[in-house]
Design a protein around this ligand. Sequence first.
Ligand SMILES: [Zn+2]
Length: 276
Amino acid sequence: MLKITLKPLSAKSSTHLAKTQRDIDTLPTFEAQVAHAHQYWGSRTKNQAFQEIRNILAQGSGHRKRCFYCEDNLSTDIEHFRPKSLYPDYAFVWDNYLYACTPCNRPKSNQFAVFEPRKHTYTDINTSSPLPPPHGIPVLLNPRIDDPLDFLELDLFGTFKFNLRPKLRPRDQQRAEYTLKLFELNTRDELLAARRTEFQNCLNALESYRSAKQKQAPSTQLATIISPIHNMTHPTVWAEIKRQYPNLKKIQPQFMPDHLRTLLDLLAQIPEALSW
Ligand SMILES: [Zn+2]
């Protein structure tokens, strides 16, 4: 899970969103706002703005249009960070949109929690309340705002699960734990297997590059060898290899699993890979 930076939305599409949102916000009751948010959302594709929104979100999730959260599946849904059933005032707000796969979007659904003011505890928003929920600071990490790697660290030693970064503040620790649990980022076996495979793909690409460089292959061929690393399904794996490398180097080789020894050996021979 990485921070996502998106291109800005055009003025025309922004105006369309603002107008639709204003129509919802001016309704007299919360119940009516929720009902209209759903109704307008159902007919959103009639306006071209949503084609542009989908395109920008797809570009943000990389070459392979992966889910912002799990990275494993094709993104299929425009996801409301603040669910529209709870926050109809965010239904047509560009900053509230993410791109997610169905396995991530389904469990999230209307789940949302905010911190209680000046406390380290948080409240799950009650979905059946007829009253607007508190806005508050979200507990869930938002990859358009937060850098998930400030909170999480991938275990490259063997489990390929996310650990919490050391010395997190209490609120940040809760945010990291809440996000991991909500999207089951450490308990979906297919995610752990895919991250492990991606690590091996990185080793393969590094080994191919090292070998081709030794044989003085032309730069075009070297660029082709590197390209899988730039088009990975799980780009967090490569980002974590680069980030953790300085610390991995300090560990005695006898305390390391074979795959990490191979990695360190390759990076020592081709240090330029750390700038890829
Ligand atoms: Zn996902």
